[in-house]
Ligand binder design. Structure first.
Ligand SMILES: Cc1cc2nc3c(=O)[nH]c(=O)nc-3n(C[C@H](O)[C@H](O)[C@H](O)COP(=O)(O)OP(=O)(O)OC[C@H]3O[C@@H](n4cnc5c(N)ncnc54)[C@H](O)[C@@H]3O)c2cc1C
Length: 495
């Protein structure tokens, strides 16, 4: 069987690029090893609940933004979305909280009240970041692949914001911490917790311009997707079929097939079948898995192998909970980012100091009558879940002990939940690996540091007709950046 483009992986990236290519008349075939689309955000049902593994931070659904741009090309309607503002509350260890809202007056008043020890510096940090973020967003509209564009194109992109262009150029290669002088450790931890969630990094390492974008985009408006991110995945899958594209579920790809000259010609499946690609192959697998599994180490240049091996990111431990409506009435927002410890010894400890609580909205409770589905995300170092020769019992024990710890931290930080909440299920890096086959269950994209090498992050792999899409490409993790990356790749493949 031959297609023009073969896409391996039906996460949001693989689905979006396939949907766009199919809508543009390209003969595309998507291969997905699971029985449903979505990868990291494939939904699952249990005891009458339908869980969204995502934590409900879905920005950029406004008219003209990335999701609107994509769906305006597709033959299906976008899933229903509705505003979910404020985007989230950050709750601090002393139970004070800051609402991350589009209302600047309210937001700044909360900053001043919560961080009186460095109010001027905290305001200046956010005000500068908001200006840079707008200039960068406009620049990305003019030149979507700004990161890889020539200097001339970057200047062209920055022209409408020329007054701030100098500040952007000067801040290239800065870390976020370089711009936090004069702020208190409390304020820095407030920023660290958000950067960890939104950029898989903290102020000490995170690229400053990237942090300006991720800290400010949710303030422009957050949305709930009816049915959560899994509904987006299902809609994209419907779109591929409606445009005449092909999706093959339960179809694990083994590796890329090469001809005698070393040219990639298709994909060999685990079943022994070969699916040929006349134009291009797109991998929706992570950077590690694209080279390590699909392309194969024999076909990977040694410098890429070395760089990829050195890259690490986080895993997550998830609690899937059922919450009674009584508790829903007591929480300040459906989305609470809780910072549970101000001052660990030297630097922010993501594993022990924060979690994200995300309840399904009242309009779309995804639960039995009187209940709501809740996802709680905590960060987890992946290594502990993959120790060699660990038995099933040992893994089960580890799961129980992490669950116990998380449960205690959840109730300490959010005492208003009381007894109106129960555990339905959990997911660890190990179970996420089983679901997605992402190396060591690492998720959410690579932490954005100025040192990250742009060449290995690129859409183009070391092979001329093999491309990558997904959250380990230049735009980073998250549904909106992955969608944006997929659109850029579709444009590239269709000229
Ligand atoms: C717990 C959690 C919460 C999140 N919350 C949010 C949020 O609130 N907002 C937000 O914007 N983002 C969120 N994200 C991030 C976002 O969901 C991800 O960045 C995005 O979904 C990743 O998509 P991807 O295209 O990289 O593919 P992935 O989701 O990694 O999908 C890859 C696909 O490839 C398939 N595959 C792997 N190997 C093979 C093979 N050999 N053959 C065939 N198929 C294969 C897998 O089964 C999978 O379906 C969250 C992520 C996680 C993990």
């Amino acid at each position: 069987m031959t297609h023009e483009v073969v896409v391996v992986g039906g996460g949001i990236g693989g689905l979006t690029v396939s949907a766009l290519l199919a809508a543009r008349g390209v003969d595309v075939c998507l291969l997905e090893r699971q029985s449903r689309p979505g990868g990291c955000v494939a939904g699952f049902e249990k005891f009458g609940y339908t869980f969204d593994p995502g934590v409900g931070l879905y920005p950029l659904w406004q008219a003209g933004e990335i999701h609107d741009q994509v769906f305006s090309e597709l033959p299906v309607a976008a899933p229903e979305v509705f505003p979910a503002n404020p985007a989230y509350f950050v709750r601090l260890p002393d139970q004070s909280q800051v609402s991350i809202t589009a209302n600047t007056e309210q937001f700044e008043a909360a900053l001043v009240a919560t961080f009186p020890e460095c109010a001027d510096r905290a305001l200046a940090f956010y005000q500068e970041g908001a200006v840079l973020s707008e200039v960068l967003r406009n620049a990305l509209r003019r030149v979507p692949n700004l990161h890889a564009a020539s200097s001339m194109k970057q200047i062209y992109a920055l022209l409408p914001g020329i007054a701030s262009a100098g500040r952007i150029i000067k801040a290239r290669n800065h870390k976020t911490l370089d711009h936090l002088d004069g702020t208190s450790i409390r304020f820095r931890r407030f920023i660290d917790a958000q950067l960890q969630l939104l950029a898989q990094s903290t102020s000490k390492k995170c690229d400053y311009l990237f942090s300006s974008l991720v800290l400010n985009i949710p303030r422009r408006g957050n949305f709930s997707i009816r049915g959560g991110a899994p509904a987006l995945a299902e809609t994209l899958a419907d779109s591929i079929k409606a445009s005449g594209g092909r999706i093959r579920f339960n179809t694990p790809a083994l590796r890329i097939a090469y001809d005698a000259t070393g040219q990639a010609i298709g994909v060999d499946l685990l079943s022994g079948e070969r699916v040929s690609a006349s134009k291009a192959i797109v991998s929706n697998l992570t950077l590690w898995d694209t080279y390590g599994k699909l392309i194969g180490l024999n076909h990977t240049p040694s410098e890429i192998r070395k760089s990829v091996n050195n890259l690490r990111t986080w895993g997550v431990y998830l609690l899937y909970l059922g919450m009674g409506e009584a508790a829903a009435g007591r929480i300040p927002s459906n989305h609470v980012l809780s910072l549970t410890d101000w001052e660990p010894p030297s630097q922010h400890d993501a594993e022990m100091s924060q979690f994200m609580f995300a309840a399904a909205p009242a309009e779309d409770p995804r639960a039995p009558e009187g209940k709501r589905a809740v996802t709680v995300l905590t960060f987890s170092d992946v290594d502990q879940w993959f120790s060699y020769q660990a038995t099933e019992e040992q893994n089960e024990e580890r799961d129980q002990s992490v669950l116990g710890l998380c449960w205690q931290r959840l109730h300490q930080a959010m005492p208003e939940l009381g007894g109106d909440i129960e555990v339905i299920d959990t997911a660890s890096p190990r179970s996420i690996y089983d679901l997605t086959r992402r190396k060591l269950g690492m998720v959410g994209g690579l932490g954005r540091t100025p040192e990250l090498e742009p060449n290995i992050m690129d859409f183009q792999t070391s092979l001329p007709n093999v491309f990558r899409v997904g959250d380990t490409t230049p735009l980073g993790g998250g549904i909106a950046p992955v969608t944006h990356a997929a659109r850029l790749l579709a444009n590239r493949l269709t000229g």
